[in-house]
Design a protein around this ligand. Sequence first.
Ligand SMILES: Cc1ncc(C[n+]2csc(CCOP(=O)(O)OP(=O)(O)O)c2C)c(N)n1
Length: 299
Amino acid sequence: MSKPVPTPRIEPVEIMQPGTSSCQGCGHGVIARNAMKTFGENTVFISVPGCIWITIQSHIPLYWMGTSFQGGAALLSGITNALEQKGNTETNVVAFVGDGGTADIGMQGLSAAAERNENIFWLCADNHAYMNTGGQRSGSTPRFAATTTTPVGKASRGKKTWSKNLPFIFAAHHVPYIGTASVGNVNDMVGKIEFAKGIKGFKFLQVQSPCPTGWGFDPSQTIKVAKLMTDTGLWPLYEVVDGQFHLNYRPKELKPVSEALKPQRRFRHLTDDEVNQFQEMASNRWDELLKLDGKPLPF
Ligand SMILES: Cc1ncc(C[n+]2csc(CCOP(=O)(O)OP(=O)(O)O)c2C)c(N)n1
């Protein structure tokens, strides 16, 4: 059944230092600060190029390493196996990576690490495009979104295809923990990390982080936009624990998707018919998730 995530009491030890080089209104600082506090000091972090690297680089005093996109999951696998060889099964081995580094450029090694069920935690800070290099589309960019490589003009209505369903891609790897979260619901995110960090094996958490620069909204509105994405069903919050699906946030009635799309400049060209297509996609997916709630995935 629908299972809200209890908020754990996290130790108030700040791991991120004050100051960040992110854009104004970027949600990545909220994700990194709260996630790091929840993982705690006994953690090794890695990143690959992207905005989350910029967010945390030189702002954490702990073990942190940066590597190439393709090498992220391999580095993480190496670290966890080396620690295990030394008898250390307590240290969290965690990646903070963007959606491009997860869905596209890092996917091959990550899929292999998931199949091996490596004892690692992959947190994908998802801002729906390659934002660090100027907002090019990624596998996580939604259909119709205007990006610098899917511009809107006479011959183009923005991105042509819907985004990759990353949680279900990893669910199809039969890993022990998968979750979605949002910067608009930090308690839910923190609860999921606290629950999942103790699970042995591959953990995947995709945290949506609306990007004022790339999505085109006022930097003061990040959390509001994030909440609209979950309240309209455009970003459902759920978990798959040992193959069992749980919807964690189930509003009585979803708001129309237009409420979330309207404040975003990347969607300002949408016709009524295109908004309806968006609504149909979100409503159909929501209905399917309601049917799955509390049940094992059928694969
Ligand atoms: C193999 C490779 N291709 C491209 C780049 C250039 N590059 C650096 S950061 C970045 C964008 C990363 O996007 P994403 O993972 O979505 O993270 P974001 O910056 O959006 O947070 C790209 C394409 C690179 N460093 N290495």
